[in-house]
Design a binder for this molecule. Structure first.
Ligand code: NAD
Length: 462
């Protein structure tokens, strides 16, 4: 960056050299003539880096995972839903580079933070990756950069956590660097929407930050939605995910209520969806999974607690969704009794689908793992089959007894030898008719069989 355009903003009113600098940078974003850094190349960061590269930006991806970096550097995709050719094209064209050398952050005009925001041991927000990323940026921060936090987090994080770390560099937010929050809304496995077609909500800490962030995202995304502050943008993301968590809890409760009345909740929801206004379908299941829906509501609850404000909906939804594996287990126990006159002890149960949602290999927070654990705690023998998850991660802190287990072959003999198949996730690449024909019992938490017209005497919905 030529030193003549270094912002000297503290004493410069709008229209002077400082404002001209930020305007110039915004124009470079609009012209896609800038270098963008993406920190964290996971489910969110990799598609984003590819979208930036495809839009024409010189893009550099940073990650702490050396193995991931070396695979990406050779053009290999690290995500099943991201095509290898896309990565190859971006890397070969020179538009996407990946590195673990943090000094390269200084070369970027904008740095987008897409690192994980999980929960700690006591279900409290764990911002350690965000803080570590911000510290790395602070070590290489230079005047004239835009920093955007994209990780999902509690309202206030950008201003109260990220900003002070960045300012520990000696540079001032608003004067030397710009700062914004823009939530990721990536939906892995969704073939209707991708990074560029999902509208982007943007909240900058000041007018320059907002202008820059809108210019950058506007050059990649089809639509940008400005909001008044990072805090508001942070709340937008949590609202979207809490909306899902609460509505899923509602249908999970209705599933139990209607089952007691002999009513099929899936049929009810299907018919209710015919209403062209005022209703939106949510589907029941064995509980919540993934990095977002089971986790994000706790971020708001934690912050609200600090403010002394209750979050009763959030907590109730959490309670109902967390209890769902127990409800499913009771359905399994009843099914074993009805179909074979046996209890769960020493019964061989094959859990089908351990990814947290159909056609995805992500097992984070997957209720299938909780179900396997519950089966074993009650004296049963649990195995799993998942065409997308050949083995469970070697480290599973929440489910240590399941770490490293391997997917079982779905042979005829295996299906006949088990006492029950428990459908936790309904991947498309599974022949449900064959399972219903061979297994002595199928417990279906996703309505997978009925939706495919598969019937059988011992298909139990739970
Ligand atoms: N997965 C989703 O569907 C989704 C959707 C919307 C928003 N989000 C949010 O986006 C954020 C990222 O989620 P994800 O699913 O992509 O996570 P992920 O675990 O798939 O990827 C995170 C990446 O960040 C890297 N990383 C960790 N610490 C780092 C650091 N200090 N510096 C650089 N890289 C680091 C990891 O090695 C990993 O490659 C989270 O806040 C999540 O809540 C996720």
């Amino acid at each position: 960056m030529p030193d003549t355009i270094l912002p000297q903003i503290d004493s410069a009113p709008p229209g002077t050299r400082a404002a001209a600098f930020w305007d110039g940078l915004a124009e470079r974003f609009e012209a896609r003539d800038a270098r963008i850094a993406v920190m964290g190349l996971g489910y969110v960061g990799l598609p984003l880096a590819l979208a930036l590269a495809e839009a024409g930006f010189a893009t550099t991806g940073f990650d702490t995972d050396a193995q991931k970096l070396s695979r990406l550097a050779t053009g290999e995709s690290t995500l099943r839903q991201v095509k290898r050719e896309k990565v190859q094209q971006a890397v070969r064209s020179g538009r996407l580079a990946v590195t673990g050398h943090w000094s390269g952050l200084a070369e970027a005009d904008a740095i987008l933070i897409c690192v994980p925001t999980p929960l700690g041991r006591h279900r409290e927000p764990d911002l350690s990756a965000v803080e570590a990323a911000a510290r790395r940026i602070a070590a290489h921060l230079r005047p004239g950069q835009l920093i955007v936090l994209e990780s999902t987090t509690w309202p206030g994080t950008t201003q109260e956590v990220v900003r002070p770390i960045l300012e520990s560099s000696g540079l001032a937010c608003g004067r030397d660097f710009a700062l914004a929050y823009s939530p990721e809304r990536e939906d892995p496995g969704n073939c209707h929407y991708d990074t560029a077609s999902i509208p982007r909500v943007v909240g900058g800490v000041d007018a320059h930050s907002q202008r820059l962030a809108l210019a950058l995202y506007g050059a990649v995304m089809q639509r940008v939605v400005p909001v008044s502050s990072p805090r508001t943008a942070e709340a937008v993301k949590l609202t979207e995910n809490i909306f899902r968590a609460v509505n899923i809890a509602l249908v999970n409760e209705l599933k139990q209520v209607y089952a007691s009345m002999g009513i099929d909740v899936w049929e009810v929801i299907e018919a209710a969806s015919s209403k062209p206004f005022g209703y939106m379908p949510f589907w029941p299941g064995p509980g919540l999974g993934g990095h977002c829906i089971p986790v994000d509501p706790f971020y708001l609850a934690w912050k609200a607690k600090a403010q002394g404000v209750p979050t009763r909906f959030v907590e109730l939804a959490g309670e109902i969704n967390t209890a769902m594996p127990h409800y499913v287990l009771e359905g399994l126990v009843r099914g074993l009794d009805d179909s074979q006159g046996r209890g769960l002890r020493n019964s061989r149960i094959l859990v089908l689908g351990v990814g947290y949602k159909p056609n995805l290999e992500d097992v984070r927070e997957s209720p299938a793992l909780r179900l396997m654990e519950l089966v074993e705690q009650r004296g049963g023998v649990a195995a799993y089959h998942d065409p997308l998850v050949p083995a469970l991660p070697a480290e599973l802190p929440e489910h240590p007894s399941l770490a490293g287990r391997r997917s079982m072959q779905l042979s005829d003999a295996a299906l006949e030898a088990c006492h029950g198949v428990l459908i936790a996730t309904d991947h498309d690449a599974v022949d449900y008719a064959r399972i219903a024909r061979l297994a002595p019992l199928v417990v279906d938490t996703r309505n997978a069989c009925a939706r495919r017209g598969v019937t059988g005497q011992y298909i139990v919905k739970a």
